[in-house]
Design a protein around this ligand. Structure first.
Ligand code: ZN
Ligand code: ZN
Length: 732
């Protein structure tokens, strides 16, 4: 995240070397005259004096005058041209000065036309002319004219001049032709440290970090002596590669060499150690620093945040005198990494109060937090904010928006964003297919896949997960099988354990339990607990005790602490009224100390995310919520709602079981949604576990009686409850 300016200790000399003196004492007095000059106003006075004293006819004095206009911070290129056009026979030094002036102002066109004019006047360029022109090039010009200038260099006999060759390396890497640069570099008759630095920083600019590090190592073998620029570049490459061993080697080299450490080197070291996750060493270095800047602090915060050590990160973050969008975004990211999504949004609010402008990385992080929380209002607000603040939106912001809308249950908005995007990559298509899949729009997902193929975008393994998931929703067994074989045949993507899981889900849903079991037993990799869990879930729906027991055993074997196995199996026994087995399982669970993961539901009201646990009465409006819940049940019963206690894993009487059931977190969240939102508004809930059968059934009645759409995202899919039925068709 942290960019270091590698160009600083310059690859080029900052001033043009002095030309041979005309008359030493005379020249030195002219030089001192210009040394005191600080502004164009002052320069114009000197110029007037030169006109009076005939000094204007001396090339040396003229070159000093031009040098100020061209290279001084206060200089004026237009004025330089006025003077230049009056010179009848400018010498090479003057031409070079003019070219350098344009080069410093990044105007390759002007530098070029001067160069051509100079050739017309039959003045051959020297070793200082080329680096000036080369330095003026931007990406497009480098791409277009890099080779031509190279040819000119050879033509004028500077093909073995290291100083000239170094700037050619810079130009070739600038336009992405690192291979060409490297060929040139390898043929250098002589290399200096600038040559190595140019090549290494060229690799880094093109994100070829491994090559950069390798070249650094070659430098050691070549007995070339890296300087401070080299080590900073090499450390940054190690940070990107998370290559601790070479990073340490560079650190060691710095200690043994005569390189004087400075803030830039110390920051590079901290960044390297922090990126490699060595926060102890990074912290020691940080503590030992005499002065620190925002980069030092930010590296530390980013390091801790990336490891999910958000409290340590926060401690440093709070001590920072100034913070930029990188440090804020790192904090938000860190919260996401440690599943503290609500906190991520709180930090974003703090960031806004602090008036630091978020960038596109911040936006993507915040959108990710919204996706997890189902915080559609905040997500929508972010979209408006991005538009209003003109934050750069590229593909990856668009992708994050699609993901947010589809995970927050608004698949139509996701589709709109998708349509509006001018550029799409494979992630865009895949996110959209995935979204359509989990929302049960199988046909649309398949249509989109066809368009993706037509657009020439190559699907990846995630795309196929989305497709298979879509087939499962629609119960399209044949289509699913077709896709499953297509991925290997046409795209050479071998199905992984997740793809097999999708197929098991699809077969299981349609009641092909035997076939599903056979698929698991013949798959090329070891089935994981999730696959057996999927089969077990299917057995629960289709009430197949025999296969369920087999799946349950495998599941417990693979993952003895996984409560899901016990819960699923006991749900199944319970639904067949085999209470003896339920009791056995329950005592097994308590023997092994397995606890049920507490159910938790989130609902966002007016941009605030509220969290409910099962049996929760900590909410300020708790009393009202429970009253509402009672009302919901009372109103639903005449319509046909019968509390289904079969899934309650408690060895208790029927009445108690009913009240435990009533306190499920999603019921509390729905009740709160009815109280807290406007009439007819859609209620959106995110649940961490699979929704139980009773909550599912009650939600259907609620959607009809209260005329509300209820959208629940549970651990595996979306349930859209509308007018008394659910989009999952009661299979989940
Ligand atoms: Zn429930
Ligand atoms: Zn459903």
């Amino acid at each position: 995240m942290i960019s270091t300016n590698f160009n600083s200790p310059s690859l080029y000399p900052s001033t043009i070397p002095n030309q041979p003196p005309q008359s030493l004492s005379h020249n030195s007095s002219i030089t001192s005259l210009f040394q005191t000059c600080k502004s164009m106003k002052h320069l114009k006075q000197i110029h007037a004096q030169m006109l009076r004293t005939q000094l204007i006819n001396h090339n040396f004095a003229l070159s000093q005058l031009l040098s100020f206009c061209c290279t001084h911070r206060e200089g004026d290129m237009a004025y330089a041209h006025l003077v230049f056009d009056q010179i009848s026979e400018p010498d090479l030094f003057i031409w070079n000065t003019m070219i350098t002036g344009h080069s410093r102002r990044n105007s390759p066109k002007a530098a070029f036309s001067l160069y051509i004019e100079m050739l017309h006047k039959s003045i051959p360029p020297d070793r200082y002319t080329f680096p000036s022109i080369l330095k003026s090039l931007n990406y497009e010009w480098a791409l277009k004219f890099g080779r031509e200038i190279h040819a000119q260099v050879l033509k004028f006999g500077h093909g073995s001049d290291t100083y000239v060759l170094n700037s050619l390396i810079h130009v070739y890497t600038l336009c992405g032709r690192t291979t060409r640069a490297r060929q040139l570099f390898d043929r250098f008759p002589e290399r200096d440290v600038v040559s190595w630095n140019s090549m290494i920083s060229g690799y880094i600019k093109r994100k070829q970090f491994r090559e950069a590090v390798d070249l650094f190592l070659e430098m050691e073998r070549d007995n070339a002596r890296p300087n401070s620029v080299t080590v900073v570049s090499a450390l940054s490459a190690c940070a990107k590669l998370k290559d601790l061993s070479i990073g340490k080697r560079i650190h060691n080299y710095i200690k043994l060499s005569d390189i004087k450490t400075n803030l830039i080197i110390e920051n590079a070291l901290i960044d390297m150690y922090a990126s490699c996750g060595c926060m102890d060493i990074a912290h020691d270095l940080f503590d030992g620093m005499n002065n620190r800047d925002i980069i030092s602090w930010t590296s530390m915060v980013v390091g801790y945040a990336n490891l999910g050590l958000i409290d340590q990160a926060r401690k440093l973050f709070d001590q920072m005198a100034e913070r930029d969008s990188i440090s804020w975004t790192a904090m938000i990211d860190g919260c996401i990494r440690s599943n503290r999504f609500k906190e991520a949004l709180e930090i974003f609010r703090e960031m806004q109060v602090s008036k630091i402008r978020p960038d596109e990385y911040t936006m993507v992080s915040v959108l990710t937090a919204c996706s997890h929380l189902g915080a559609l209002e905040v997500g929508e607000w972010i979209r408006v904010y991005i538009e209003r603040e003109n934050i750069r939106t590229d593909v990856f912001v668009g992708n994050a928006l699609i993901d947010m809308y589809s995970k927050c249950g608004n698949i139509d908005r996701a589709m709109e964003i998708f349509r509006e995007m001018k550029k799409r990559d494979k992630f865009t298509w895949t996110s959209m297919i995935m979204g359509l899949g989990v929302h049960g729009h199988a046909q649309e997902a398949l249509n989109l896949f066809r368009k993706m193929q037509r657009a020439g975008v190559r699907p990846d393994e995630i795309t196929f997960i989305g497709l298979l998931c879509a087939c499962t929703h629609a119960g399209m067994i044949e289509k699913g099988k077709e896709l499953f074989s297509l991925m290997e045949k046409r795209y050479q993507i071998s199905p992984n354990v997740v793809h097999y899981g999708c197929m098991v889900d699809l077969l299981g849903k349609m009641g092909h339990l035997k076939e599903a079991q056979e698929l698991i037993e013949t798959m090329p990799m070891k089935p994981n607990s999730k696959i057996w869990g999927t089969l077990l879930g299917a057995c629960r729906v289709h009430k197949d005790i025999e296969i369920a027991e087999k799946a349950g055993r495998e599941l417990v074997d693979l993952d003895p602490q996984n409560n899901a196995a016990y819960v699923l199996l006991s749900n199944l026994y319970a639904s067949c009224n085999r209470w003896e087995e339920v009791r056995k399982l329950r005592s097994m669970m308590s023997e092994k100390g397995i606890k049920k993961e507490p159910g938790c539901s989130l609902i966002e009201i007016n941009g605030v995310v509220h969290e409910f646990f099962a049996g929760d009465n900590t909410h300020p409006q708790s009393k009202k919520i429970y009253l509402k819940l009672e009302e919901m049940v009372v109103k639903s019963k005449p319509a046909g709602y019968i509390p289904d206690t079969s899934e309650v894993l408690l060895d208790i009487g029927e009445e108690e079981r009913q009240s435990a059931l009533l306190r499920h977190s999603e019921k509390l969240a729905i009740a709160f949604g009815l109280i807290g939102s406007k009439p007819k508004a859609t209620i959106r809930i995110v649940k961490n576990l699979r929704m139980c059968g009773d909550c599912h059934s009650l939600a259907k009645f609620i959607s009809k009686i209260y005329e509300r759409e209820v959208i629940v995202r549970d651990k595996t899919r979306f349930h859209h409850f509308r007018a008394g039925s659910c989009s999952c068709m009661d299979y989940w």
